[in-house]
Design a protein around this ligand. Structure first.
Ligand code: ASP
Ligand code: MG
Length: 442
């Protein structure tokens, strides 16, 4: 069985929904994971924010506008009267619930219930559409099987048991449709897998059903070798390993939720990234093979804070770094990059939540300097450190002030820390130095 996930833009309009149907309509059994239609989750986040700010009138207007957009889609997509009536009734129920929730206390359950409506809508409407087109499909309610534990990790045992049960309960379907992103927590309360979490839903399902492959369909032809939002002439990477994809997703490649490959890598289930607008394009295959050496892709992550911890006590002493790390551990903050000299250590964090308290503790043992608004530029590939062409990236030193370099920590990753104001310049220059083909002199 395959698992196919379609992102927000892939189900974002009547035309795209019809396109998805043509992609999946091949008689092979599959589970389809859908995101909310593009723009919906952002709108729902906005509604939650308005309720938080007691802006009930605006929250209500946003709800009514969103409802109108769904009615337009249904009127265009669904022509069979009975099916259309079912979809319109579902829309009425969803938006009726939203209007009611505005007036309740904004608990985590209430805000997660609001955020969940996008995936509930897209899957219901898509299932109606397939039924109208004569395709036998059934809905697998994600809230009946997708569960996370107290650490926010998927509860694989529970998920497998419950999804197997649901699949067996609907033996006549070849196509099962489920919601990405949404889940329940260890208490059974509604929760989610964080923004962009539908990718993660797809690989969690792929892992528990031992899928032959997981396909992630989006609006771009695979993972690109740099960020197309900032750099021209990027190109798709046809093949990348789990390790490389995981690093790129963590360090800012927007195409994938950072956890996407975790559930499938140890089972060696391939993940194929595909473009709904260009289904014939190969896209990117992610699996365990490393077939080429050298830097394959560059990604950048903003919102990084660098902390320099300087102390004469470090000189020829042992145990100093332990004290430093214990402070970060105490405040549950992970460190991304780290470089040291004999009397100072610089490190970065991407989560400033406990920064103030961490700095108070660090100040007790060392002199501290903090630089915020930094970006990590991460270069990923197989054997990048030992590849003969890697030297090319260091030409960047003449263009941009590099705050830190992490080289040799792993053979798959070289990271640079630059002020965020220099990020685009650095990405553009690195694209030239690392990926442009040498000009042949004849
Ligand atoms: N709809 C959710 C979001 O926009 C999940 C997803 O699209 O993957 O974040
Ligand atoms: Mg996404």
């Amino acid at each position: 069985m395959q698992v196919l996930k379609f992102g927000g833009t892939s189900v974002g309009s009547v035309e795209s929904i019809k396109n998805v149907k043509s992609i999946i309509d091949d008689d092979q059994p599959k589970i389809i994971v859908l995101s909310a239609m593009s723009g919906t989750t952002n709108a729902l986040v906005d509604i939650v924010k308005r309720i938080e700010d007691n802006d009930f009138v605006i929250a209500n207007t946003l709800i009514q506008n969103l409802k109108s957009s769904y009615i337009l889609v249904i009127n265009d997509l669904l022509t069979a009267n009975k099916i259309k009536a079912q979809a319109l009734q579902f829309v009425d129920e969803v938006f009726g619930l939203l209007s009611k929730l505005i007036h309740q206390d904004l608990t985590a359950i209430v805000s997660n219930t609001i955020l969940a409506q996008g995936e509930l809508l897209s899957t219901f409407i898509f299932n109606c559409f397939l039924n109208q087109e004569g395709i036998v499909s059934s809905l697998l309610p994600a809230l009946d099987f997708m569960r996370i534990d107290k650490d926010g990790e998927p509860d694989f045992f529970y998920i497998k048991k419950n999804i197997d049960f649901l699949l067996q309960a609907n033996p006549n379907s070849k196509i099962y449709i489920t919601q990405g992103f949404i889940c329940v927590d260890e208490y059974g309360d509604i929760s989610n897998l964080k923004r962009g979490g539908s990718d993660y839903t797809a690989t969690i399902i792929g892992s528990v059903i031992e899928a032959s492959e997981v396909q992630i369909w989006t609006d771009i032809d695979g993972m690109h070798n740099s960020d197309p939002r900032y750099v021209d002439n990027t190109s798709p990477i046809s093949h990348i390993s789990y390790d490389e994809a995981a690093e790129l997703a963590y360090f800012g490649a927007k195409i994938l939720h950072p956890q996407t490959v975790t559930p499938v890598r140890h089972k060696n289930i391939p993940v194929q990234l595909k473009n709904t607008m260009q289904p014939q394009a190969f896209g990117t295959l992610i699996d365990s093979n490393n077939i080429s050496r050298g830097i394959k892709a560059i990604a950048a992550k903003d919102g990084i804070t660098a902390i320099k911890i300087k102390s004469a006590k470090m000189l020829q002493a042992y145990g100093f770094l332990k004290k430093v790390f214990e402070i970060f551990e105490m405040f549950e903050t992970s460190i991304d990059m780290i470089t040291t000299s004999e009397i100072a250590v610089s490190l970065t964090v991407d989560n400033p939540k406990n920064l103030e308290r961490i700095l108070v503790e660090l100040n007790k043992i060392a002199h501290i300097e903090v630089d915020s608004h930094q970006s990590i530029i991460c270069m990923v590939g197989h054997s990048v450190v030992s590849d003969a062409d890697t030297y090319k990236l260091f030409q960047i030193l003449k263009d941009v002030d590099i705050r830190m370099i992490s080289y040799g920590g792993s053979n798959n990753n070289i990271s640079l820390l630059v002020p965020s104001t220099d990020k685009i310049k650095a990405l553009k220059q690195l694209q030239n130095y690392v990926f442009s083909k040498p000009v042949l002199i004849t």
